[in-house]
Design a protein around this ligand. Structure first.
Ligand code: CA
Length: 234
């Protein structure tokens, strides 16, 4: 291992911050903490962490705003912490660029599992072939450029939406369960929150509209079905 990964914990509740720090240190990570958005941005400017755990509700600045600012200059993995379940749609819907989220109260072992999963995914081992491209009906998805086209129009997908769509298209004709999708796209080996998958599928469908190739297989999961015949022209 080449040096411990450096995690920045941004959390204004001292008890939660020290609880998280303890578990991360025990898992072998170097930990810094920041109690405000301003302190977080200063910490990022001083030394870019390997990963940021970011509380959504901070006294001086919204976590969403901090995430946006960091994303202007860096692809550092960001795992959001939210106090309420309803915030999940906000985080995902706003496409702030967070890599994952956890709802409080969370199991600390799950937190560590997610941190490990996010770092593993972003360490480059999952880099896809440049230029790999899948066409399905009107949808063209390019892995190297991370670009999705419907006809001639580019559709902006959040990172996890892109990965989920790719995974389903790459396994056309196969049904993937929510747990399989969690493991392949989010990297969990932990019994995860499969609602994440449903929320992301909903976003993909909203953005792709009629062109969305994702089919719900009730009680099982999702798949990409057979290609529809082209729409009549004229
Ligand atoms: Ca807070």
């Amino acid at each position: 291992m080449t040096g411990a990964s450096n995690v920045l914990v941004v959390e204004d509740e001292p008890s939660i911050a020290s609880f998280i720090s303890l578990y991360l240190k025990n898992a072998g990570y170097t930990v810094r903490t920041a109690g405000t958005g301003g302190a977080a941005l200063n910490a990022v400017a001083a030394e870019m962490p390997s990963l940021i755990l970011l509380d959504l509700n901070l006294p001086d600045m919204d976590g969403v705003e901090i995430c946006r600012r960091i994303r202007k200059t860096s692809d550092v993995p960001i795992l959001m912490l939210t106090a309420r379940d309803e915030d999940v749609d906000k985080i995902i819907g706003l496409e702030v660029g967070a890599d994952d989220y956890l709802t409080k109260p969370f199991n600390p072992r799950e937190l560590v599992a997610r941190v490990k999963a996010v770092l593993r995914r972003t360490s480059g081992e999952r880099r896809r072939d440049e230029g790999a491209e899948i066409r399905h009906g009107d949808v063209v998805i390019n892995a190297g450029r991370r670009e999705v086209l419907v006809g001639d129009d580019e559709v902006q997908l959040a990172p996890k939406e892109f990965d989920l769509l790719w995974e389903l298209l790459d396994h056309r004709g196969l049904v993937l369960t929510r747990d399989q999708l969690l493991e392949r796209v989010w990297g969990y080996t932990f019994a995860g929150d499969t609602r994440t998958v449903d929320v992301h599928v909903r976003q993909i469908r909203r953005k792709l509209g009629e062109a969305s190739p994702i089919v719900t297989v009730w009680g099982v999961g999702y798949k990409v079905g057979a290609e529809r015949s082209p729409a009549p022209t004229g």
